[in-house]
Design a protein around this ligand. Structure first.
Ligand SMILES: [Zn+2]
Ligand SMILES: [Zn+2]
Length: 154
């Protein structure tokens, strides 16, 4: 999906919820569209937006992230390292994806498998449970870390 299309979707959702689409809010969302890193902490976002607009403080970034999370534009993620990360919500942007988390370097890799939707449907049917969201996290070591470990062995 084109960035501009995503942005107008986000804008529409914010307005639907009777919030103003302010310049500050736009800059925070733009950071998510422009960053190569999909999963950003509040500090990561702050670094990007502060460069764009020095008037935006960390408190504003925190407030925006909380608002966007409550509006389900962003998803708050916990990769177990004590720092919350945020990413654009799949429901708004793309299809469902999941995470591989490296215990060595902290890298987070995304993956998605369509068969997980079948699993979800099955669980839903068998339990009479309306699943609206799910997340899978696999912890382990990435290729680079495995290579490094092997090199260290000599
Ligand atoms: Zn790694
Ligand atoms: Zn992700």
């Amino acid at each position: 999906m084109k960035k501009a299309t995503v942005m107008s979707t986000l804008k529409k959702k914010i307005k639907e919820h009777q919030y103003k689409f302010t310049t500050q809010r736009k800059i925070v969302l733009q950071a998510f569209l422009d960053s190569k890193e999909n999963h950003m902490s509040a500090e990561d976002v702050y670094e990007i937006v502060h460069e764009e607009n020095p008037a935006i403080g960390l408190a504003t970034v925190y407030r925006s992230l909380e608002l966007f999370t409550s509006l389900e534009l962003l998803k708050k993620l916990d990769f177990g390292d004590g720092r919350s990360r945020y990413e654009l919500n799949d429901k708004t942007i793309t299809h469902s994806h999941h995470h591989l988390i490296c215990l060595g370097c902290g890298k987070v890799v995304e993956f998605s498998y369509d068969f997980l939707n079948d699993v979800k449907d099955k669980i839903q049917k068998e339990n009479g449970f309306n699943i609206v969201d799910y997340q899978l996290k696999f912890y382990g070591y990435c290729k680079d870390c495995i290579k490094k470990a092997n090199n260290n062995k000599g």
